[in-house]
Design a protein around this ligand. Structure first.
Ligand code: NDP
Length: 370
């Protein structure tokens, strides 16, 4: 059995999803309530069928973590959400569980590996994976395939990675440096020492601020861990420009200035999202506004499904900045074998509504050959 530990992107979204899913007692409550709420098993009968015919079952656990908890200094609540959800997953006997979105960031940033026991449960960390290897692989596929689609040649392209020193960002940089021949790599984050180390490890890359990078980038990858995204002026972007926004909550895509309306030369893709070839019986992805909720999901969640299909019961992605290109290739092979494809649909930014849902999808996800 696989497990998914998820969370929503804001209190407002959480209240509305709780209402939609029939958890009325959560829907009417403010941040204080969410800080004390225990994890919820939202779906315990997820069934996924591989294109090989193999079937697996899984569980979705809502940790009740909200990014506002970090923004408002409710650190203890944030850490309790993650660790309690992990304990619950383990109690259910789940073989491998993905720590979605901020769950793994909270785990790492607050060094939760120090907590080895919750009540009577001794945590076995090998039962968990961050899902970041698959996420990084899928983002790289999105860069390569979408660039080709809109006529950006990677060998002449400048690619900016916002959140470059992070777990996913550094893996994306490694891939782009060794498996593609991008002309220039722009490295964006706040901590200068970590940026210098990354630059040394890669043997390339220019360290810039987001503002400096925007007018230079043909492709902008957003993988910064920000509780709230930043607004960028589309007028500042190079044209054409491809934006792959892999942040959860979004780093950039939903904040694109309305000037973008009608400008077809700014292409935005929801990063780190995969589309499965067969329907999955669940309602979770509808709640988070996926365009095709029966087929589309976060690549980190898909990683735990892939590990369950392959019966690899170990924390495939763990720790920080340890993702190798070889492991990205390995998870990529599993991903293709079981029928997952990177999402290549462009967000219709002209009609994007306030919730961030894409109203118009112009291009279907493509099958990756190989
Ligand atoms: P990490 O914490 O490992 O890395 C975050 C990176 O963002 C670091 O480089 C950090 O560097 C940078 N950063 C954070 N805040 C800022 C800021 N204000 N300005 C500039 N840079 C910033 O995170 P992960 O790599 O694990 O995750 C990255 C994002 O991907 C998150 O939003 C996460 O939720 C999302 N995600 C998406 C998944 C999917 O399936 N689509 C799966 C898993 C995660 P510094 O602190 O020095 O600025």
């Amino acid at each position: 059995m696989f497990g998914l530990i998820g969370h929503l992107t804001s209190l407002t979204e959480a209240q509305s999803v709780a209402r939609e899913l029939g958890f009325q007692e959560y829907a009417d409550q403010g941040l204080d309530f969410w800080c004390y709420a225990p994890p919820l098993t939202v779906d315990d009968k997820i069934e996924v069928t591989s294109v090989t015919g193999q079937k697996i079952e899984g569980v979705y656990l809502e940790s009740c973590f909200l990014p506002e908890m970090l923004a408002k200094g409710r650190i203890k609540a944030a850490t309790r959400k993650v660790i309690n959800a992990m304990a619950q997953a383990q109690k259910k006997g789940i073989h491998i569980t993905a720590l979605g979105g901020f769950s793994s960031i909270v785990f790492e940033n607050f060094d939760l590996k120090k907590i080895t026991k919750i009540r009577d449960i001794k945590l076995e960390f090998e039962r968990f994976t961050t899902g970041n290897t698959h996420t990084a692989y899928i983002i790289c596929q999105q860069v390569e395939k979408a660039a080709q689609k809109i006529g950006i040649s990677l060998s002449q392209a400048t690619v900016a990675v916002f959140g470059a020193t992070g777990d996913i960002g550094s893996a994306v940089c490694r891939w782009l440096s060794s498996r593609t021949e991008v002309s220039e790599l722009l490295l964006i984050a706040r901590d200068r020492d970590r940026l210098n180390t990354l630059q040394e490890d890669l043997g390339r890359g220019k360290i810039l601020s987001l503002k400096e990078a925007l007018p230079q980038a043909d492709i902008l990858v957003g993988v910064a861990s920000m509780p709230k995204g930043v607004e960028i002026e589309t007028a500042e972007l190079k044209k054409p420009c491809l934006i792959i926004d892999g942040g959860y909550p979004k780093n950039l895509a939903t904040k694109i200035n309305q000037e973008a309306k009608g400008k077809e030369d700014v292409y935005v893709i929801n990063g780190g999202i995969v589309e499965h070839s067969l329907d999955i019986q669940w309602n979770i992805m509808e709640a988070v506004n996926m365009d095709r909720p029966a087929r589309q999901l976060f690549a980190c969640f898909a990683e735990s499904m892939l590990l369950e299909f392959e019966k690899i019961y170990t924390n495939f992605s763990w720790g920080r900045n340890r993702i190798t290109v070889e492991k990205m290739e390995q998870i990529g092979r599993f991903s293709r074998k079981h029928g997952f494809q990177p999402l290549l649909a462009f967000v219709d930014i002209a009609n994007q509504n306030e919730s961030g849902k894409n109203n118009g999808v112009s291009v279907e996800a493509e099958t990756v050959v190989g």
